[in-house]
Design a protein around this ligand. Structure first.
Ligand code: GSH
Length: 218
Protein backbone atom coordinates (compact mmCIF):
# COMPACT_ATOMS: atom_id res chain seq x y z
CA UNK A 1 0.00 0.00 0.00
CA UNK A 2 1.31 3.43 -1.00
CA UNK A 3 0.91 6.67 0.96
CA UNK A 4 -0.41 8.25 -2.25
CA UNK A 5 -3.97 7.46 -3.23
CA UNK A 6 -5.68 8.96 -6.27
CA UNK A 7 -9.46 8.96 -6.57
CA UNK A 8 -10.64 9.29 -10.15
CA UNK A 9 -13.76 9.00 -12.28
CA UNK A 10 -14.48 6.66 -15.19
CA UNK A 11 -11.37 6.43 -17.34
CA UNK A 12 -13.38 6.66 -20.54
CA UNK A 13 -14.99 9.98 -19.64
CA UNK A 14 -13.23 11.75 -16.79
CA UNK A 15 -10.87 14.19 -18.44
CA UNK A 16 -9.78 15.92 -15.22
CA UNK A 17 -8.96 12.57 -13.66
CA UNK A 18 -6.77 11.68 -16.63
CA UNK A 19 -4.68 14.83 -16.14
CA UNK A 20 -3.91 14.08 -12.49
CA UNK A 21 -3.27 10.40 -13.19
CA UNK A 22 -0.76 11.20 -15.95
CA UNK A 23 1.03 13.65 -13.65
CA UNK A 24 1.27 11.03 -10.92
CA UNK A 25 2.47 8.39 -13.41
CA UNK A 26 5.17 10.79 -14.55
CA UNK A 27 6.67 10.84 -11.06
CA UNK A 28 7.37 7.13 -11.36
CA UNK A 29 6.22 6.44 -7.79
CA UNK A 30 3.83 3.70 -6.80
CA UNK A 31 0.31 4.83 -5.95
CA UNK A 32 -3.09 3.36 -5.25
CA UNK A 33 -6.09 4.39 -7.28
CA UNK A 34 -9.82 4.09 -6.87
CA UNK A 35 -12.23 4.61 -9.74
CA UNK A 36 -15.55 6.12 -8.66
CA UNK A 37 -18.09 5.58 -11.45
CA UNK A 38 -19.79 8.92 -12.16
CA UNK A 39 -23.42 9.78 -12.86
CA UNK A 40 -24.87 6.84 -10.96
CA UNK A 41 -27.44 7.05 -8.22
CA UNK A 42 -24.79 6.62 -5.53
CA UNK A 43 -22.00 8.68 -7.16
CA UNK A 44 -22.53 11.88 -5.15
CA UNK A 45 -22.60 9.98 -1.86
CA UNK A 46 -19.40 8.10 -2.70
CA UNK A 47 -17.65 11.25 -3.95
CA UNK A 48 -18.59 13.07 -0.76
CA UNK A 49 -16.63 10.51 1.28
CA UNK A 50 -13.35 11.46 -0.40
CA UNK A 51 -13.72 14.84 -2.07
CA UNK A 52 -14.46 18.18 -0.41
CA UNK A 53 -15.70 19.54 -3.76
CA UNK A 54 -17.68 16.42 -4.61
CA UNK A 55 -15.55 16.05 -7.74
CA UNK A 56 -12.61 14.04 -8.92
CA UNK A 57 -9.64 13.87 -9.13
CA UNK A 58 -8.62 13.91 -5.49
CA UNK A 59 -5.17 13.01 -4.25
CA UNK A 60 -4.81 11.78 -0.70
CA UNK A 61 -1.24 11.95 0.60
CA UNK A 62 -1.04 10.96 4.25
CA UNK A 63 -3.24 13.53 6.02
CA UNK A 64 -3.28 15.97 3.10
CA UNK A 65 -6.25 15.99 0.72
CA UNK A 66 -5.74 17.78 -2.59
CA UNK A 67 -8.53 18.31 -5.07
CA UNK A 68 -8.42 20.21 -8.41
CA UNK A 69 -6.21 18.71 -11.10
CA UNK A 70 -3.81 21.62 -11.37
CA UNK A 71 -3.28 21.81 -7.60
CA UNK A 72 -2.51 18.10 -7.64
CA UNK A 73 0.06 18.70 -10.39
CA UNK A 74 1.68 21.53 -8.43
CA UNK A 75 1.77 19.42 -5.28
CA UNK A 76 3.46 16.55 -7.12
CA UNK A 77 5.94 18.93 -8.74
CA UNK A 78 6.98 20.08 -5.25
CA UNK A 79 7.02 16.61 -3.76
CA UNK A 80 9.02 15.10 -6.62
CA UNK A 81 11.32 17.84 -7.93
CA UNK A 82 13.36 15.36 -9.98
CA UNK A 83 10.34 14.23 -12.00
CA UNK A 84 10.62 17.31 -14.25
CA UNK A 85 6.91 18.03 -14.08
CA UNK A 86 7.61 21.67 -14.92
CA UNK A 87 10.35 22.75 -17.34
CA UNK A 88 13.58 23.92 -15.66
CA UNK A 89 14.11 27.16 -17.58
CA UNK A 90 12.05 30.01 -16.16
CA UNK A 91 10.42 31.35 -19.35
CA UNK A 92 9.55 27.82 -20.46
CA UNK A 93 8.17 27.10 -16.98
CA UNK A 94 6.07 30.27 -16.93
CA UNK A 95 4.73 29.48 -20.39
CA UNK A 96 3.96 25.90 -19.36
CA UNK A 97 2.01 27.27 -16.40
CA UNK A 98 0.21 29.77 -18.63
CA UNK A 99 -0.96 27.18 -21.15
CA UNK A 100 -1.92 24.81 -18.34
CA UNK A 101 -4.00 27.53 -16.68
CA UNK A 102 -5.51 28.43 -20.03
CA UNK A 103 -6.64 24.81 -20.36
CA UNK A 104 -7.88 24.64 -16.79
CA UNK A 105 -9.96 27.80 -17.07
CA UNK A 106 -10.92 27.83 -20.72
CA UNK A 107 -11.88 26.08 -23.93
CA UNK A 108 -15.41 25.83 -22.63
CA UNK A 109 -17.00 25.31 -26.02
CA UNK A 110 -14.70 22.41 -26.85
CA UNK A 111 -15.20 20.85 -23.43
CA UNK A 112 -18.98 21.25 -23.60
CA UNK A 113 -19.66 20.13 -27.15
CA UNK A 114 -16.95 17.50 -27.55
CA UNK A 115 -17.00 15.52 -24.30
CA UNK A 116 -14.10 13.16 -23.77
CA UNK A 117 -15.14 9.66 -24.82
CA UNK A 118 -11.85 7.86 -25.32
CA UNK A 119 -13.09 4.65 -26.87
CA UNK A 120 -15.45 6.33 -29.37
CA UNK A 121 -14.50 7.17 -32.94
CA UNK A 122 -17.57 9.09 -34.01
CA UNK A 123 -16.06 11.89 -36.07
CA UNK A 124 -19.10 14.11 -35.74
CA UNK A 125 -19.84 16.95 -33.41
CA UNK A 126 -22.32 19.80 -33.34
CA UNK A 127 -19.45 22.27 -33.38
CA UNK A 128 -20.09 25.90 -34.22
CA UNK A 129 -17.98 29.00 -34.24
CA UNK A 130 -16.90 28.85 -30.60
CA UNK A 131 -15.63 25.28 -31.00
CA UNK A 132 -13.73 26.21 -34.17
CA UNK A 133 -12.16 29.12 -32.29
CA UNK A 134 -11.09 26.87 -29.40
CA UNK A 135 -9.58 24.34 -31.80
CA UNK A 136 -7.71 27.08 -33.66
CA UNK A 137 -6.26 28.46 -30.45
CA UNK A 138 -5.17 25.01 -29.28
CA UNK A 139 -3.42 24.28 -32.59
CA UNK A 140 -1.64 27.67 -32.45
CA UNK A 141 -0.65 27.10 -28.84
CA UNK A 142 0.72 23.60 -29.46
CA UNK A 143 2.67 24.79 -32.52
CA UNK A 144 4.08 27.80 -30.67
CA UNK A 145 5.24 25.74 -27.66
CA UNK A 146 6.79 23.11 -29.91
CA UNK A 147 8.58 25.73 -31.94
CA UNK A 148 9.88 27.81 -29.04
CA UNK A 149 10.50 25.23 -26.34
CA UNK A 150 10.20 21.74 -27.83
CA UNK A 151 13.65 21.24 -29.27
CA UNK A 152 14.80 18.57 -26.81
CA UNK A 153 11.92 16.16 -27.21
CA UNK A 154 8.54 15.49 -28.79
CA UNK A 155 6.35 17.26 -26.24
CA UNK A 156 5.22 20.86 -25.73
CA UNK A 157 8.33 21.73 -23.72
CA UNK A 158 10.57 18.96 -25.03
CA UNK A 159 10.32 16.41 -22.22
CA UNK A 160 6.87 15.36 -20.95
CA UNK A 161 5.52 17.94 -18.48
CA UNK A 162 2.35 18.90 -16.66
CA UNK A 163 1.35 20.94 -19.70
CA UNK A 164 1.16 17.72 -21.73
CA UNK A 165 -0.91 16.07 -19.01
CA UNK A 166 -3.29 19.05 -19.08
CA UNK A 167 -3.77 18.75 -22.85
CA UNK A 168 -4.02 14.93 -22.96
CA UNK A 169 -7.84 14.94 -22.89
CA UNK A 170 -7.81 17.39 -25.82
CA UNK A 171 -5.52 15.04 -27.71
CA UNK A 172 -8.05 12.28 -27.03
CA UNK A 173 -10.91 14.48 -28.27
CA UNK A 174 -9.03 15.26 -31.49
CA UNK A 175 -8.74 11.49 -32.07
CA UNK A 176 -12.36 10.76 -31.14
CA UNK A 177 -13.83 13.51 -33.28
CA UNK A 178 -11.34 13.15 -36.13
CA UNK A 179 -10.04 16.71 -35.95
CA UNK A 180 -7.24 16.92 -38.47
CA UNK A 181 -4.15 18.97 -37.80
CA UNK A 182 -0.95 19.56 -39.73
CA UNK A 183 2.72 20.30 -39.21
CA UNK A 184 4.08 20.71 -35.70
CA UNK A 185 0.64 20.25 -34.15
CA UNK A 186 0.19 16.94 -36.00
CA UNK A 187 3.58 15.71 -34.81
CA UNK A 188 2.64 16.69 -31.28
CA UNK A 189 -0.74 14.98 -31.51
CA UNK A 190 0.97 11.76 -32.58
CA UNK A 191 3.55 11.89 -29.78
CA UNK A 192 1.02 12.76 -27.10
CA UNK A 193 -1.53 10.14 -28.20
CA UNK A 194 1.08 7.40 -28.31
CA UNK A 195 2.62 8.29 -24.95
CA UNK A 196 2.72 4.88 -23.18
CA UNK A 197 0.98 6.10 -20.03
CA UNK A 198 -1.90 7.50 -22.09
CA UNK A 199 -2.21 4.23 -23.98
CA UNK A 200 -2.29 2.34 -20.68
CA UNK A 201 -5.16 4.55 -19.51
CA UNK A 202 -6.94 4.06 -22.86
CA UNK A 203 -6.71 0.27 -22.46
CA UNK A 204 -8.39 0.56 -19.06
CA UNK A 205 -11.02 2.93 -20.48
CA UNK A 206 -11.85 0.44 -23.23
CA UNK A 207 -12.31 -2.31 -20.65
CA UNK A 208 -14.73 -0.32 -18.48
CA UNK A 209 -18.32 -1.56 -18.42
CA UNK A 210 -20.00 1.78 -17.72
CA UNK A 211 -21.76 3.95 -20.28
CA UNK A 212 -22.75 7.52 -19.41
CA UNK A 213 -25.72 8.27 -21.66
CA UNK A 214 -25.41 12.01 -21.05
CA UNK A 215 -22.04 12.03 -22.82
CA UNK A 216 -22.71 9.31 -25.37
CA UNK A 217 -25.84 11.01 -26.70
CA UNK A 218 -24.52 14.51 -26.84
N1 GSH B 1 -11.74 21.91 -11.90
C1 GSH B 1 -11.78 20.53 -11.46
C2 GSH B 1 -12.84 19.82 -12.30
C3 GSH B 1 -13.21 18.48 -11.70
C4 GSH B 1 -14.43 17.87 -12.38
O1 GSH B 1 -15.31 18.56 -12.91
N2 GSH B 1 -14.50 16.55 -12.32
C5 GSH B 1 -15.65 15.82 -12.86
C6 GSH B 1 -15.19 14.56 -13.57
S1 GSH B 1 -14.18 14.88 -14.97
C7 GSH B 1 -16.52 15.34 -11.72
O2 GSH B 1 -16.03 15.01 -10.65
N3 GSH B 1 -17.82 15.25 -11.93
C8 GSH B 1 -18.70 14.67 -10.99
C9 GSH B 1 -19.89 15.50 -10.70
O3 GSH B 1 -19.92 16.65 -11.12
O4 GSH B 1 -20.79 14.97 -10.04
C10 GSH B 1 -10.38 19.91 -11.60
O5 GSH B 1 -9.53 20.52 -12.28
O6 GSH B 1 -10.09 18.89 -10.98
Amino acid sequence: MSDLHLYIGNKNYSSWSLRAWLALKQTGVAFDETVIPLYRDDSSAVLAQYSPSGRVPVLQHRDCTIWESLAIGEYLAELFPDAGLWPKESCARATARAVSNEMHAGFTALRTHLPMDMRARRRQHAGGEAVTKDIGRIIDLWSDCRQRFGEEGRFLFGAYSLADAMYAPVVSRFITYGISVEGLAAEYLDAAWNWPALQTWLGAAQAEPWVIELYDNR
